[in-house]
Design a protein around this ligand. Structure first.
Ligand code: UDP
Ligand code: MG
Length: 308
């Protein structure tokens, strides 16, 4: 089997059959591909429809059904199992299966490309949302070691090498955009236009997106943990400067230092020291946090051994 399409589904009952039909139109030979549907705890008839599709299919439909809603990231992780090329695609037909074909052709033609990722050149959503998203990607890229590419979606097709690398990262709080850039490999970006949802509604409200973005930053950056160190140092420095200025004024202008000034200097100084030490604890916690993810120390793409 050459291509595995991994399709996370959460309450997509009316999209299952149209999706399978759309894929069959692009790939006429059923032995060219398989579809791995991951039912992410849907509360509608998604699972029934998947079972029906599985019954009718010609041995190229797999269904993994979760015990509850674990989120799209978990669904992707569950689906990453089979095939030479693996493709992540949504069930709602916003992402055209014809583009998957284009992606596989690129992988066929270019042995050096490991992953083809579709990005939205223009987004069909309100301007405010678009600018919030691009601000987020800039901030996340600055705060962490990996690049978060603005507009790049999970809509990708990649080789097994990339899949195996992803499976080596068993962390629970997954953020695909970061994981894909963390594993490296050669990625080619091609533009695509997201279509209207075929049926049903989006599962990503503003609140859920905000939480997702925040988790993304936490998963790839320990900068928030180290904030206390910086604030503490600034605060301590301020109190020391204030102290020196007060001493100088006392010496030159012969003013008496009042209790208020002394109190402010002491509060800011000790406040700063406390923040600083909390920050140091944060630094250790940050190291610990990264270690507990048990990410591989390195990923080798190719190994050339002595010829035997
Ligand atoms: N999805 C999922 N679990 C969730 C939320 C979404 O498996 O908790 C799936 C959903 O069924 C769809 C894909 O992820 O196939 C993208 O979701 P959606 O279309 O709602 O996102 P949008 O396109 O609006 O960003
Ligand atoms: Mg969608």
């Amino acid at each position: 089997m050459r291509l595995s399409l991994i399709v996370p589904c959460f309450n997509e009952q009316d999209n299952i059959f149209p999706f399978a039909r759309a894929v069959a139109e692009v790939f006429p030979d059923p032995s060219d591909y398989e579809i791995v549907f991951v039912n992410d705890g849907s509360k509608d008839k998604t699972l029934q429809n998947l079972k029906e599709l599985h019954r009718q299919s010609q041995q190229n439909i797999r269904v993994v059904s979760f015990s509850r809603n674990f989120g799209k990231e978990s669904a992707i992780y569950a689906g990453l199992q089979h095939g030479e090329y693996i493709s992540l695609i949504d069930a709602d037909l916003q992402q055209d299966p014809a583009i998957v074909k284009q992606m596989t052709e690129i992988l066929d033609a270019e042995p050096d490309t490991d992953c083809v990722c579709a990005f939205q050149e223009t987004r069909h959503e309100n301007k405010l949302m678009t600018s919030v998203k691009s601000a987020f990607y800039k901030m996340a890229t600055n705060m962490s070691e990996v690049d978060f590419v603005d507009g790049a979606s999970d809509f990708r097709t990649f080789r097994r090498t990339v899949r195996d690398a992803l499976l080596q990262m068993p962390e629970y709080f997954r953020f695909s955009k970061g994981l894909f850039s963390w594993v490296g490999f050669n990625t080619k970006y091609i533009p695509y236009e997201a279509k209207e949802r075929a049926s049903g509604t989006t599962k990503w409200g503003f609140k859920k997106l905000l939480k997702y973005g925040w988790n993304g930053i936490l998963a790839f950056s320990t900068a928030p943990l180290k904030l206390a160190t910086v604030l503490g140092l600034l605060s301590t420095a301020f109190s020391i400067i204030y102290f020196i200025v007060t001493l100088l004024r006392k010496a030159t202008e012969h003013i008496a230092v009042d209790g208020f000034t002394q109190t402010v200097i002491l509060i800011v100084f000790f406040g700063g020291m406390q923040l600083f030490t909390i920050g140091i604890i944060g630094e250790y916690l940050a190291k610990n946090y990264i270690e507990t993810k048990r990410r591989p120390v390195y990923l080798a793409k190719e190994i050339l051994d002595y010829k035997k």
